[in-house]
Design a protein around this ligand. Structure first.
Ligand code: G6P
Length: 369
């Protein structure tokens, strides 16, 4: 096992550090920047169906559901296709309205999650075309779907999902861009610009990983907190949910993720000097509004950990700590802002002496309801 961990203390940390290469592997043969092309066989072969689709319904569980939420923002923004994101467990039992003009995208790392599999069978029985985004080749979901695109994250051993999440977002971004190009909802120069930016992501993830030492120091300060709040907006709202889930899963600290602007409708009541609030406040994504949310937290004496774009000044003046990520176009920021949140949960859990790779009560793949 020590050899498999490749010198890292835990699989989770190894997998966090594998993300630059996992994303590159997921691009391979698909992202062709020089030719200004994206090649995804599963999409290409079914392009007619995708172009005729009235909407896309994404079904998934856990972290994969969060990747689905990020995809909702990306698909709607780039390809102008209406998207709904559903917990597979809810979808399967509520007699959903599905027609032959719907495309269902099922996202699953393991490809074995019982609820997701059942949701696929239901959608197929109603005549929908079902597309899978799985990591495990030949898994039940990969076999049950009509077509698909694999993430090439490699085996993920840590129960808390890390590289599967960022590679899912990568595949879904490639799909959205390919469809945007086919539908003409993006110009050829914008398309090219997105491809060039996407190509720089692995090295930017590498750079984001350099915050590790600083994140560890922040973890030491807040490891005994009883609650954490995570806030984000737009593309980074699902990242806030994922950051909170990561912390819950492995450190057993209660954490909530919220859209930053919804804070005033509830969570603000919880804020006092005991409450660390992680705020994703990258440039471009409603930045000014998030800065004013940060001011509200500060005036209630909450402790602020800002995830900011490199070189940021405004948040730095207000926050107790800021963790920088490199600049990129807005729709790609989740691939970078996720990194410090993974590291934060990892270090806190290690400091609290928890079993990071196999947290209590959780399973890597949930094959029962
Ligand atoms: C379990 C795992 C999570 C995962 C979820 C969905 O809860 O612990 O990490 O996100 O199942 O799994 P899937 O394999 O379908 O992505």
């Amino acid at each position: 096992e020590q050899i498999e961990k490749g010198g890292y203390d835990h699989f989770m940390l190894k997998e966090i550090y594998e993300q630059p290469s996992a994303i590159l592997d997921t691009f391979r043969g698909r992202l062709l920047t020089n030719e200004a092309m994206i090649k995804l066989a599963g999409v290409e072969d079914n392009m007619k169906k995708f172009l005729a689709a009235d909407r896309i319904i994404i079904v998934a569980c856990g972290t994969s559901w969060h990747a689905g939420l990020v995809a909702e923002y990306i698909f709607e923004d780039l390809a102008r296709i209406p998207v709904e994101v559903e917990y597979a467990s809810e979808f399967r039992y509520r007699n959903p309205v599905i027609t032959e003009k719907d495309i269902v995208i099922a996202i699953s790392q393991s490809g074995e999650t019982a609820d997701t599999l059942a949701a696929i069978k239901l959608a197929k029985s109603k005549g929908a075309f079902v597309f899978g985004v799985c990591n495990v080749v030949g898994s039940s979901i990969a076999r049950e779907t009509n077509a698909g695109a694999y993430t090439h994250a490699g085996p993920e051993i840590g129960v808390a999902s890390t590289k599967a999440f960022t590679t899912q977002i990568t595949v879904l971004t490639l799909m959205a861009l390919r469809l945007a190009r086919a539908k003409g909802t993006i110009s050829s120069s914008e398309f090219r610009h997105h491809l060039i930016e996407l190509e720089t992501i692995p090295s930017k993830v590498e750079e984001a990983l350099k915050s590790d030492g600083y994140v560890q120091a922040i973890s030491e300060i807040y490891k005994d907190a009883k609650n954490f709040l995570y806030l984000g907006r737009g593309f980074n709202f699902p990242v806030a949910l994922e950051g909170a889930l990561k912390l819950k899963e492995i450190s057993y600290i209660h954490a909530e993720g919220y859209p930053a602007a919804e804070m005033k409708h509830g969570p603000i009541a919880l804020i006092d000097e005991q409450m660390p609030v992680v705020v994703i406040a990258t440039k471009k994504g409603h930045y000014e509004k998030v800065v004013s949310n940060i001011q509200e937290i500060k005036s209630r004496k909450g402790k602020i950990i800002g995830i900011v774009t490199k070189g940021d000044k405004s948040v730095k003046e207000l926050a107790d700590h800021v963790i920088e990520v490199p600049e990129t176009i807005e729709c790609l920021t989740p691939l970078l802002t996720t990194i410090p949140l993974q590291l934060l949960s990892y270090h806190i859990a290690v400091m609290l002496g928890k079993n990071v790779d196999q947290p209590r009560n959780l399973a890597k793949s949930v094959t029962v309801e």
